[in-house]
Design a protein around this ligand. Structure first.
Ligand code: GFB
Length: 316
């Protein structure tokens, strides 16, 4: 269990998950966070990563750095999603073990489960069926990272553990129109439509896919529970315990933003996996429960978007 002075390296601390994890670690008194921006340390550069770990020797590592994006970005850039994420996982996990880290927490993703699998999805469903084609490259890289954690644990006794977060949202997300995930994309689209007085808003796909959305601050408390109380090869799902259709999500976001126009669906855009709700029995056994309800989480995220991004993105 990390103490208040443990040297904890959070890889990816500027992103949605990493920034939430840092806020939580700081809030509960961890004072020795080691942080590097992408400009300071390129995690795909094996030698740079090796030098960094040799110099800093963190006792705990949280690997939240990844090339991420929504369904369109995943489908358009499979090379980057596969290659960058493979190299980040291989470099960081190996250097952490080589330089004596006591524990590493790797963030995988719920999209690594088979496209069609019984709901809610249990951890045992991993590798039991074909992947969703729109994010196969990202999923293969994340599966490889998970397998690396298991291999270092089995072969070298390295305490590498794996969290499987569901679809996350919250502050510090990316709100660009084409490459972001659905929740920030729709917050922005409905906000801009309201500002412009547009008569309708288009939502991709059929509206029928179901997703399990979790606020990044809830993910952060789950990661801390795992760092403190979990040591096993089995990955652990982190989800909200419920799901919602994309149509219902669009209606909820329209209501929160105050947009009163029509909502259209564009079936020429991909739906992706039809449903993806995680079984959270394992993580709740660590006494963790999601605390932020979806409406309240989206309201808070919308406030953050308006304060931090709305003016810049309006002109893009
Ligand atoms: O968030 P999203 O890209 O993630 O899309 P996935 C979720 C659903 O929302 C899909 C629909 O059915 C989309 O068609 N959708 C509707 C939209 N409007 C939009 C929009 O404007 N933008 C986006 N992005 N979607 C990702 C994976 O899949 O899940 C990643 O591609 C990652 O690899 C992430 O694992 C958690 O759940 O479909």
């Amino acid at each position: 269990m990390p103490g208040p002075d443990s040297r904890i390296y959070v890889a990816g601390h500027t992103g949605l998950a990493g920034s939430a994890i840092c806020r939580r670690l700081e809030a509960v008194g961890y004072r020795n966070l080691i942080l590097r921006t992408h400009a300071d340390l390129d995690l795909t550069d094996e030698r740079a990563v090796e030098r960094f770990f040799a110099a800093e020797r963190p006792s705990h590592v949280i690997l939240a750095a990844a090339k991420v994006g929504g369904i369109a970005a995943n489908a358009a850039f499979p090379t980057e999603f596969l290659s960058v994420n493979l190299r980040i996982a291989a470099n960081v996990i190996d250097s952490a073990w080589r330089h004596g880290a006591a524990k590493l927490l790797y963030l995988a993703s719920s999209c690594i489960y088979p496209r069609l699998t019984p709901q809610p999805i249990r951890e045992e469903a991993l590798l039991s069926g074909a992947l969703e084609p729109t994010n196969e490259a990202y999923a293969i890289a994340k599966i490889a990272g998970l397998k690396l954690c298991q291999a270092y644990r089995r072969q070298h006794g390295f305490d590498a553990i794996v969290a499987m977060p569901t679809n996350l949202y919250g502050p510090h997300d990316r709100f660009d129109a084409e490459s972001s995930h659905v929740l920030p994309a729709l917050l922005r689209r409905f906000h801009e439509a309201k500002e412009a007085g547009a008569p309708d808003v288009t939502v991709w796909g059929s509206g029928t896919p179901r997703r399990d959305f979790l606020h990044a601050d809830d993910l952060a408390t789950a990661c801390l529970a795992m760092l403190r109380g979990y040591s096993d090869a089995m990955p652990v799902n982190i989800g909200s315990g419920s799901d919602i259709s994309i149509r219902e999500l669009a209606e909820l976001i329209a209501d929160i933003v105050g947009y009163r126009g029509a909502i259209h669906f564009d079936p020429s855009r991909p739906d992706g996996t039809p449903e993806k709700r995680l079984d959270i029995t394992r993580i709740t056994a660590l006494d963790w429960y999601p605390a932020i309800d979806l409406r309240r989480g989206i309201e808070q995220t919308y406030r953050w978007y308006r304060e931090n991004c709305a003016r810049e993105t309006a002109t893009v």
